[in-house]
Design a protein around this ligand. Sequence first.
Ligand code: ACO
Length: 151
Amino acid sequence: PPSLAADLLIRSLERDDHLHGHMQVLNVLSPTPDITPDAYHAIFDDMARRPETYYTIVILSVPTSQILATSTLLLERKHLRSGGLVGHIEDVAVSSLAQGRGLGKLLITTLTGLAEGLGCYKVILDCARDNVGFYEKCGFWEKEVEMVQYF
Ligand code: ACO
């Protein structure tokens, strides 16, 4: 398994992680308006009802109990490949002060290892052009094109 500094802990997201700065870390992805604890719990509970679909991990600083990094693996069942599973890596976020210390790579290697262990035949993600080099260092390569509609 990837190595982790002694003052860091990697674990699954927990129901009260709004108290440890989970939403603040996600802010590096896009400005995230503050949500109430009830709203945070409702989102957590909705995902927790589908534990075989959502796997969100966080990396915490043990001395401060603050979350420094987070990402989610989402599992998709296909009719193709005899009901094969595809892993989607989403919402990779490392707080700006903790970037460049290998935490992003640790998130990705942990989630790709999890996807493989859960039986996925591939793992995919969408990213900005600026991040292609990062994902290449994590073992991914560029394939096809992302498209979108917003509602
Ligand atoms: N381009 C090229 N190489 C990079 C980049 C980049 N943008 N970022 C990091 N690297 C390299 C590092 O130099 C390092 O190389 P090395 O192994 O040779 O030393 C390697 O990639 C691993 O870098 P980490 O230190 O693990 O990267 P970090 O912890 O800073 O995480 C991340 C990278 C996730 C992109 C972080 O900077 C971040 O959160 N950025 C803002 C939010 C964001 O863009 N998230 C990704 C969205 S895409 C998605 O969610 C699927």
